[in-house]
Design a protein around this ligand. Structure first.
Ligand code: G3P
Ligand code: MG
Length: 279
């Protein structure tokens, strides 16, 4: 807000509630984002999970990006292979050539045996074919942020469609700053469990347009501040719709869920969830 006093009269220039900041943003059809793909019914962060998300009607998927030891960007949540593949040990001990032998599906169910651990490049090709939007979460796992930012930027730069259809997020503010330095026009989201009180200042510093907050940490004050300043707020990981109903009606921009049909196929949620004008 700017206040100017002229000849005893006061003129106040206010930012209208909800007015967009001059930061890049995605065009965002729909408000339901399939977390790690449709990870309620398919192994997380696999091509099968992204196909299933599209089949369920989600327009967005959220995916976790990690680096192998040779700098290859892959889709994987953890720093180690143990939980979600038939391998063991840290990702950093692998290079691209080691991916061929890995099974990232059997841990979830026998119907997914042999599902590969996908590279970011393979994932972007599938997202383009399925016409999906994506929230791509960078996970440096405590390593310096520049390599993962460089790997993501290199993959996106080859594909012009990603400029308006990929939203980059991270808990790691340094990784977001590094990505923003390489790709100033790429939409960014800051991830928090509970956001600090100065979260709007952090988003402005990073030129991020979106705040992603953990389920249970969102409140009306966050939504009111976001609305006043033109930020989007999305909440993760919501697998029970009822408690977020009051936030939907207070301006929530989206939900990140393992089970998109909870929203897309519920008559009480479907109109909001499928809105093609979603902001
Ligand atoms: O991007 C939202 C959510 O995925 C962040 O937490 O641990 O599931 O990657 P996590
Ligand atoms: Mg994630």
């Amino acid at each position: 807000m700017l206040a100017r006093v002229t000849g005893g009269k006061s003129t106040i220039h206010m930012t209208p509630p909800g007015s967009p900041l001059a930061f890049p943003d995605t065009a965002t059809p729909g408000r339901v984002i399939a977390h790690r793909g449709a990870s309620g019914v398919a192994p997380e962060n696999t091509l099968a999970a992204f196909r299933e998300g599209a089949r369920q009607g989600a327009r967005w998927v959220e995916v976790d990006v990690s680096l192998l030891g040779d700098g290859t960007a892959v889709l994987h949540h953890d720093a180690t292979l143990d939980r979600c593949t038939d391998g063991t040990g840290p990702l950093t001990q692998l290079g691209a050539r080691d991916l061929a032998g890995l099974d990232a599906g059997s841990w979830f169910g026998p119907g997914f045996a042999g599902e590969p651990l996908p590279t970011l490049e393979q994932t972007l090709d599938l997202l383009e074919a399925l016409e999906l939007y994506a929230n791509l979460e960078m996970k440096p796992h405590g390593a310096p942020p520049a390599p993962i930012a460089r790997a993501v930027a290199a993959a996106l730069a080859k594909r012009p469609w990603t400029a308006s259809r990929i939203l980059i997020s991270s808990f790691d503010l340094d990784a977001l700053a590094a990505l923003g330095g390489l790709m100033p026009e790429q939409p960014l989201a800051v991830l928090y469990e509970p956001p600090p009180n100065d979260w709007p200042r952090v988003l402005k510093r990073l030129r991020a347009r979106s705040l992603h907050v953990e389920d249970g940490e969102l409140d009306e004050d966050i939504l009111a501040r976001a609305s006043a300043e033109g930020f989007h707020v999305r909440v993760y990981t919501v697998n029970e719709p009822a408690p977020v109903l009051r936030f939907r009606d207070a301006g929530l921009s989206g939900v990140i869920t393992d089970h998109p049909p909870l929203f897309l196929d519920d008559p009480g949620w479907a109109r909001w969830a499928r809105d093609d004008q979603a902001g």
